[in-house]
Write a protein that binds this ligand. Sequence first.
Ligand code: FES
Length: 93
Amino acid sequence: MPKVTITTDKLELEVKEDYPLIDMCEDYDTSILFGCRDGACGACMIRVKQGAENLSPMEHNERDFLDTMAAEPNERLACQCKVRGDVVIEVSE
Ligand code: FES
């Protein structure tokens, strides 16, 4: 099973493949915050430290939003990601 490490929370969690990151964050009490849940507010911005290739690919709306925010290349919106392999993330500031 894929392992998600959230360095901000010092958490290591195992989840089913293709499990939405937002559901995982709700199952466990993580410090990743959510607002719109639709890729439009940026509340759930995370920084991917390792395993970016193990998150679901970015859709158009996420790419457009991150471009608008001038996000770093390793930043993603947690509400738009599904877990497909081991990944290490932290909360973006
Ligand atoms: S919760 Fe709004 S962009 Fe993810």
